[in-house]
Every structure is written in structure tokens, then in C-alpha cells.
Ligand binder design. Structure first.
Ligand SMILES: [Cu+2]
Length: 344
């Protein structure tokens, strides 16, 4: 039987003259078994579009049932449990639990996800350059997992098979401990094979190390660009920043005119070679990996492969609504877009 794919779906849309509202009908969206839905609607699913379902841009997912909301994740920085070591250094401790969890990634579209601490992306871990970091990792899933941190650390703390504790079996746990260096914006993710699946299922998060001499006060936020392969064909059906397509379009991100906005932007998108961020009506200074205080670019678009990340700083001189989105139109149409709403 023909399997519905994202590429076929997109090819069909212009021919049928359908807008984004029809995409929801076309994207597999059974309650719990996306494969079955794809098999039952092997064509474009276009006939499904008139069945009264809210479009991707209508309706909202049940954030409460999911246990997380992209608007909370946006400004949620987890600084850990802070104490002081005998040598005077700051120690930060976290416990991160991997689990299996069904989440609603678009209205009516459920996805059998793997999560760190019940959310996708996992908690945004925030430390300061030179701190000691201690992360207790508990594997509550049914597959082996790890946490692989980007940064500078001993090989035994790298969270890969054959090094240190290696793959952590179901029910197992370990402690990753290392120094916070270098300052910048990093990420963490599971590093168990097959790697693409372990990442695409949702096991990743942002890892921020502030410089000793801190950056200027700003309205800070984090966006992890991701996507979901809801029919297991190794191509994404949905795209987003912080997991839920159109979340910042349905409810724009409120910022204040002329105030410094700092966006920590991470790309973890699997199955597509690149991702991008484009801002309308404004430009931003770009600090790749956040490892320097000198911007390399003043631009309105950045492109990233998987694992790349950067810090964006901007001020909005005009009040109003300003769109942001991937500058790959198909990603935009499948969820990766939103708005800043500038007041004052
Ligand atoms: Cu894993």
C-alpha cells in the first residue's frame, strides 16, 4: 500500500489549491497510531480536509496533557540546585530522567516521544563559566539512553558507548560531572544508536554557559528548532521551534519596543540537512555558538546544520507584529513560524 509521505503531501497541495488548513487533514493524525492513519488515507488525505477538523493553524494542542507549554519553555532557564564546594567554586546539580511519553505534537496528532524530564526540548540547563556541574541521569525508558553534552570535558563524561558509564540500560543511572567550559550556547542529547531515532524521538535540550563577565540585561528566550516524523519514514511531517507547530503564531511572543531581546537558538532538526531562522522587519546581531561577545554578522537570516546554535540580539524600533520562521517555505507551512508582538 502507498505510504503517505511529507514530500508527496507537499507536492499535492498546490495542485489541489489547498492552504495550510488542509495540511492538518493530510498529515496523519490518528489518536495514537500515525502509521495506521497513513495507511487508511494513502493519497493526499485531501478528502479529509472538509471533515470539520481544525486546521494546523486552528485549534491548539492540549499543553496541560502534554505537561509542557512552548510559551513556558521559551523563558524557562534551569540553573540547578546551587551549592558551594570547599574550594569556593559553585556546584550545580540536576537530575534528568528519560521517559517514554505520548505527546500531542499538533491538534489531534499524537507522537510516541522520548523525553528528558517530561518535556521536549528537555530543560534548558544554565550555568556560569567555571562552575562544577553534576548531572544525575536516570533512564526510565525501555531502551538504553545517555546524555551527551557539547562542551569541553573528559572522555569518560562524554555519554557515548564504550566511554565511562557508556550506554545506560533501562532502569539504570549514572552521574555526569565536569566543568562548565567554554562559555557559550551548547546542547545535550542522547547518543545511543541508532542516533537519528534517539534524537528525533525528543531526547535533546539546550545547555547554556554564561560568561564570567555576564552579558547585558535582556529579555532572554530559548528556541530549539525541531521536527517530528509522525509516520516513521525518516522525513518530518511537522516543524517547530520548541516542539509545537505554530505555537508562537497562535499566541505571539510579547516583547517591548526598543528593549534588548536575546534569543538563544539551537538546531537539533533530524532528517533535514539544514534549518534556518529569518526575522521580518528587523535585523539582529549574530554570535555563533555564543563563544564571543563580538557579533560576526548583522543580518536577518541565519542557517544552521544539526547541532549548530547561536545567540541573536535585537531591538524592535517599531511596535507591531513581526513574523519569524525558517526560510525554507515548506518548513514554515508545516509549523515552523511565529510572531513577536512588540508593544509600547
Ligand atoms: Cu536514547
Amino acid at each position: 500500500m502507498t505510504r503517505l509521505t511529507r514530500r508527496r503531501l507537499l507536492g499535492a497541495v498546490p495542485i489541489l489549491g489547498l492552504g495550510a488548513t488542509a495540511l492538518h487533514g493530510a498529515v496523519p493524525h490518528s489518536h495514537g497510531n500515525a502509521v495506521a492513519a497513513a495507511e487508511h488515507h494513502p493519497n493526499t488525505g485531501a478528502g479529509h480536509a472538509a471533515d470539520g477538523h481544525a486546521g494546523l493553524r486552528g485549534g491548539e494542542v492540549d499543553h496541560r496533557a502534554n505537561g509542557f507549554d512552548p510559551h513556558v519553555i521559551l523563558r524557562d532557564f534551569d540553573e540547578g540546585k546551587v551549592s558551594r564546594l570547599p574550594n569556593g567554586r559553585t556546584l550545580r546539580e540536576w537530575t534528568i530522567v528519560a521517559a517514554e511519553q505520548e505527546i500531542e505534537v499538533a491538534p489531534g496528532v499524537t507522537f510516541a516521544a522520548w523525553t528528558y524530564n517530561g518535556r521536549i526540548p528537555g530543560p534548558t540547563l544554565r550555568a556560569r563559566e567555571g562552575d562544577r556541574l553534576r548531572i544525575r541521569f536516570v533512564n526510565g525508558g525501555r531502551h538504553p539512553h545517555t546524555i551527551h553534552f557539547h562542551g569541553i570535558h573528559p572522555s569518560s563524561m562524554d555519554g557515548v558507548a564504550g566511554q565511562g558509564a557508556g550506554d545506560i540500560p533501562p532502569g539504570g543511572e549514572t552521574v555526569y560531572e565536569f566543568d562548565a567550559t567554554p562559555y557559550g550556547l551548547h546542547l545535550y542529547h542522547c547518543h545511543v544508536l541508532p542516533l537519528a531515532e534517539h534524537i528525533a524521538k525528543g531526547l535533546y535540550g539546550a545547555f547554556l554557559i554564561d560568561p564570567k563577565d555576564p552579558r547585558a540585561e535582556a529579555d532572554e528566550m530559548v528556541m530549539v528548532m525541531n521536527g517530528f516524523d509522525t509516520n516513521f519514514d525518516r522525513a518530518n511531517e511537522l516543524y517547530a521551534a520548541n516542539t509545537i507547530p505554530f505555537a508562537y503564531s497562535e499566541r505571539p511572543i510579547k516583547v517591548r519596543r526598543n528593549e534588548l531581546v536575546r534569543l538563544y537558538l539551537v538546531n537539533v532538526l533530524e532528517y533535514d540537512l539544514i534549518n534556518s531562522f529569518h526575522l521580518h522587519g528587523n535585523f539582529f546581531e549574530y554570535f555563533p555558538t555564543g563563544t564571543s561577545k563580538q557579533p560576526t554578522e548583522f543580518t536577518d537570516t541565519v542557517m544552521m546544520c544539526q547541532g549548530q546554535r547561536g545567540v541573536l540580539e535585537m531591538r524592535f524600533p517599531y511596535a507591531g507584529k513581526f513574523m519569524f520562521h525558517a526560510h525554507q517555505a515548506e518548513f514554515t507551512e508545516l509549523g515552523w513560524m511565529g510572531f513577536f508582538e512588540v508593544s509600547g
